[in-house]
Design a protein around this ligand. Structure first.
Ligand code: GDP
Ligand code: MG
Length: 596
């Protein structure tokens, strides 16, 4: 067997995972310095801009160690956001060890802990790395204390590094070779390979990323996906060294890709097991789960003839994102569109951005919703995530909504502010404990519906960036649910409706009415905006009549400025949607999503 080490880098967001990955790649010389672009693994534009990893990538790094032997160090990248925990867990299941990266000035944070727990669940060997030691605010002793107390790891094993300045890179490579166990597994046993990712290539079809636990895979083999029994003939296997490098075979312990003329990623599910069709293994690798969407929203094209384009774009996007689910939806106000399920709000934003950017579409999204369970008078249970399908309230016995367990880590001076935020969001404080003498871990149970809006942003702002957050779904609990509708000149706009807790309805309706008033341009007639629960109007606002002449202020003077304004107005128009006689801009649909 070759000398292999399979590892991941786990870290809280911004602690330097992408930067360190770049350094490791650079030092392995698989790519010339001339071709080197920073953050090479974060390939999607959105990932680069937002500085987060959404799709995981793998890279095989050749390394000659101090013992004189050649190694293949397989770096398996993991998505860096709470929405993608399952993908992280599959990637970790493909490794023997992990570098646990900690920012020397920030110390241990919520996702450092959450990721460490995940890694320990998979029995990974952990190498702590203290990064950003070049920063003047680096406090290595404090972080070592946290490594010992909060993480229960030996602080003396921690490697000091600066990914930015290239310090400690050699030490990290050596530690991977010395401290991480080599993979085990019989290359002659029946094939058992774990899929931890897949992506779509326009020329070659689906490229499946996997780790072989046992057996060997070669081009020409007929393989089977164990979750759905789909079979394919393998065309090519290989490893990623930024580009795909084909190999004659891959066997137990190796990480690589397979191309097999697969047309959709829906056959290749993260967490599934690949085996041989004729000599299958007895049972799949453990832990397979279907990606479960938790946030739902409808997507409509702004242009009334945009449905065809949107359909094509959704199909293409789906090829690359197996966790995106959708079905046809229609709205009286917005025409045809799709009801979609997402792993979380970030996933929703990424899908929206990709559709708009990569497919040049202009979209309207409806208020994100969680999935409610309604117990009806006749005892039947109805599951809904779409306000449009909300039944007559008198037929509902009671409603239930999903709750999460949230773990929040903050310096203790923010305890009061965090408590207030969580209580406002109907949270229940279950526990808190000091991790060190000034850092608190606070545990809350919160309705998922209360965190999908802007909870994380709020938490960041009230804690000046120091608060960190992680969550798990726990259970459904009884709730007092109402459907909040909005009427524009007396006409209900179905795409603005939302399902909401009764206690929040009046405040949300007020905010939304005033935002709508700001967003809807004046027209020749007065426009009445109302928020309503059933027949009860609970808030209202009015856009007075007038036509806004955007050039009036320019007094003929500066012609270029005038032209710019007119162009801006024209652009705004493109994003307008006629509802009855009223022009609703795209921003109006976004405005109702804001909570203050
Ligand atoms: P990720 O979210 O864990 O992938 O973090 P990134 O690699 O994107 O890094 C987050 C920020 O920290 C970026 O602005 C990096 O330039 C910066 N950074 C990463 N490593 C270092 C380091 O060793 N020293 C300093 N000073 N900054 C670093
Ligand atoms: Mg990153």
């Amino acid at each position: 067997m070759k000398n292999i080490r399979n590892f991941s880098i786990i870290a809280h967001i911004d602690h330097g995972k992408s930067t360190l990955s770049d350094r490791l790649i650079q030092s392995s010389k698989i790519i010339s310095d001339r071709d080197f672009k920073d953050q090479i693994l974060d390939t999607m534009d959105i990932e680069r801009e937002r500085g987060i990893t959404i799709k995981s990538q793998t890279v095989c790094l050749p390394y000659t160690a101090k013992d004189g032997k050649s190694y293949h160090l397989n770096l398996i990248d993991t998505p860096g956001h709470v929405d993608f925990t399952y993908e992280v867990s599959r990637a970790l299941a493909s490794c023997e060890g992990a570098l646990l990266l900690i920012d020397a000035s920030q110390g241990v944070e919520a996702q450092t802990l959450a990721n460490l727990y995940l890694a320990l669940e998979h029995d990974l060997e952990i190498i702590p790395v203290i990064n950003k030691i070049d920063l003047p605010s680096a406090d290595i002793e404090r972080v070592k204390g946290q490594i010992e107390e909060d993480l229960g790891l030996d602080p003396e094993t921690a490697i000091l590094a600066s990914a930015k300045e290239g310090l400690g890179i050699e030490d990290i490579m050596e530690a991977i070779v010395e401290l991480l166990p080599p993979p085990t597994g019989d290359a002659d046993a029946p094939l058992q390979a774990l899929i931890f990712d897949s992506h779509y290539d326009a020329f070659r079809g689906t490229i499946v990323h996997f780790r072989i636990k046992q057996g060997t895979i070669r081009p020409g083999d007929r393989i089977r996906f164990m979750s759905n029994d789909a079979t394919y003939k393998v065309e090519e296997v290989g490893v990623f060294q930024i580009v795909r490098v084909p190999q004659k075979e891959l066997s137990a312990g190796e990480v690589g890709y397979m191309i097999a003329g697969i047309k959709t990623v829906s056959d290749t599910r993260c967490g599934d097991t690949i085996t041989h069709h004729r000599q299958p293994c007895d049972k799949p690798l453990p832990g397979f789960k279907e990606a479960k969407p938790v946030v739902f929203s409808s997507i409509y094209p702004v242009a009334s003839d945009g449905y065809e384009d949107l359909t094509v774009a959704m199909e293409k996007l789906k090829l690359n994102d197996a966790s995106l689910i959708y079905e046809k939806d229609s709205s009286a106000a917005l025409g045809f569109g799709f009801r979609c399920g997402f792993l979380g709000l970030l996933h929703l934003e990424v899908v929206q951005e990709r559709l708009e950017r990569e497919y040049d579409l202009s979209l309207i999204l409806t208020a994100p919703s969680v999935r409610y369970r309604l117990v009806m008078n006749d005892g039947e249970e109805l599951v809904i995530d779409n306000p449009a399908l909300y039944p007559d309230p008198t037929t509902i016995e009671y409603a239930m909504e999903p709750y999460i367990k949230a773990t929040i880590i903050v310096p203790d001076r923010y305890m009061g502010a965090v408590m207030k935020l969580c209580l406002e969001r109907r949270g229940i404080n279950k526990n808190y404990q000091y991790l060190t003498n000034d850092r608190l871990e606070m545990i809350f149970e919160l309705p998922l519906a209360e965190v999908i809006y802007d909870f994380y942003d709020k938490l960041k702002s009230i804690t000046q960036g120091y608060g960190s957050f992680d969550y798990d779904l726990i259970e459904y609990r009884r709730t007092d649910l109402v459907k909040l509708d909005f009427l524009i000149n007396g006409e209900r706009v179905d795409a603005l409706s939302m399902l909401i807790h009764r206690d929040n309805a009046v405040a949300r309706a007020r905010v939304a009415c005033s935002k709508l008033k700001d967003e809807i341009p004046r027209q020749m007639f007065k426009i009445a905006i109302q928020g309503a629960i059933g027949g009860n109007i609970i808030s209202r606002s009015t856009v007075s009549a007038f036509r806004k002449d955007v050039t009036a202020k320019c007094y003929g003077g500066d012609i270029t400025r005038k032209r710019k304004l007119l162009e801006k107005q024209k652009k705004g128009k493109k994003r307008m949607k006629m509802v009855g006689q009223v022009m609703l801009p795209q921003s109006a649909f976004l405005a109702v999503l804001k909570t203050d």
